[in-house]
Write a protein that binds this ligand. Structure first.
Ligand code: SAH
Ligand code: SF4
Length: 318
């Protein structure tokens, strides 16, 4: 398994062609040609945190806040499953809804629609994670964002990398399949720390990992900064595939947002085996402004990307 120096070499020096081919070869050997398509439901853009990079941060008063009602979340989940999504991913900002309310939704989706539910609602109390697990949720996405503890503290006022990692351990111990991941191109992030991000995903033995370029967003303290490059994000996707072959990796929406025509197909060609298609009602989706020009990937886009990358899917009614 590659160590830090080799991962740095993959990120910086390995010729693009051979890196991509190696990652694609391992993806096909480990995961086959099939691409999993998840149905993403961004059910609330309310958030109590102030992550410096994110448009949903509490102090951003320029966006209209929403919390979808239970019936709307369940109706959108039904649509996602009917279209061939193999899991429903319920994502939101942190700490602005009732845990029991979400547990009821999880119960309804798992019992009635028969698909796994994935949650992505941030750092929560152990009791809440437990409640949702008992309600039937069995996957959880919580990116570690950056493995550089000092940078983590700067970007997340009042929070620590240590607590983030503690949450990931708690989730694992409760029997969730756990997803982490990180951004590439954060201000102050070194290439060495990106290599450490990859090593951390392997050390945590994560089941899933999302890697996306940082995209500056208006209304945040990092609005004027430079974003991450798609090239480096793709190199990181490939390096993670080589370092931790069994991981499920999405071609992220952030990649699609940098290059709407080809971003996701490229992600699949560089080591990803998962896509997320949004089933958030369009009215709400336009307010889920994590970063500028966030793409809304639908099932047609997902099918096109998969076909373009020469892979297979089981999507219906598209
Ligand atoms: N509140 C939850 C889930 C929603 S945010 C959480 O924070 O875990 C989902 C992901 O969006 C975050 O993990 C982060 O990596 C990504 N994100 C936020 N702002 C971003 C930006 N400006 N550019 C790229 N990705 C961003
Ligand atoms: Fe809230 Fe997540 Fe955005 Fe941070 S990244 S401000 S926790 S939505």
């Amino acid at each position: 398994m590659p160590e830090r120096a080799e991962i740095l070499h993959l990120l910086c020096d390995e010729p693009a062609g051979s890196l991509r081919q190696e990652a694609e070869k391992i993806t096909l050997a480990q995961k086959g040609s099939h691409v999993f398509v998840r149905g993403l439901l961004e059910f609330s853009n309310r958030c109590k945190r102030n992550c410096l990079y994110c448009g949903l941060r509490a102090q951003n008063s320029t966006i209209r806040r929403y919390l979808l009602p239970q019936e709307a979340i369940i109706a959108s989940s039904e649509m996602a499953v009917a279209a061939g999504a193999d899991t429903v991913v319920l994502q939101a900002g942190e700490g602005c809804f009732d845990a029991g309310w979400l547990a009821d939704i999880v119960r309804e989706i798992t019992s009635r629609l028969g698909v796994p539910v994935t949650l992505s609602v941030g750092e929560c109390a152990r009791g809440d994670y437990e409640l949702w697990r008992k309600a039937g949720a069995n996957r959880y996405l919580l990116r570690h964002e950056t493995s550089d503890a000092a940078l983590y503290a700067k970007l997340h006022p009042g929070y620590s990398l240590e607590n983030r990692l503690k949450c990931l351990r708690v989730l694992s111990s409760l029997g969730y399949e756990v997803g982490s991941g990180f951004m590439v191109g954060l201000p102050g992030q070194s290439l060495e720390s990106i290599a450490d991000d990859i090593l951390l995903c392997r050390k945590l033995n994560v089941d899933m990992a999302g890697i996306g370029p940082f995209i500056p967003q208006g209304g945040t303290p990092l609005a004027a900064g430079q974003g991450g490059s798609a090239d480096l994000a793709l190199r990181a996707v490939a390096a993670l595939r080589i370092a931790h072959p069994r991981v499920n990796q999405p071609a992220t929406t952030a990649l699609a947002s940098l290059d709407p025509a080809r971003g996701q197909a490229e992600g699949l060609r560089w080591g990803a085996n998962v896509l997320m298609a949004s089933f958030t009602p369009p009215d709400a989706a336009k307010d889920y402004r994590i970063y500028d020009n966030k793409c809304r990937v639908n099932m047609q886009d997902a099918a096109r990307a998969i076909e373009e990358a020469g892979r297979t899917h089981i999507l219906k009614n598209i």
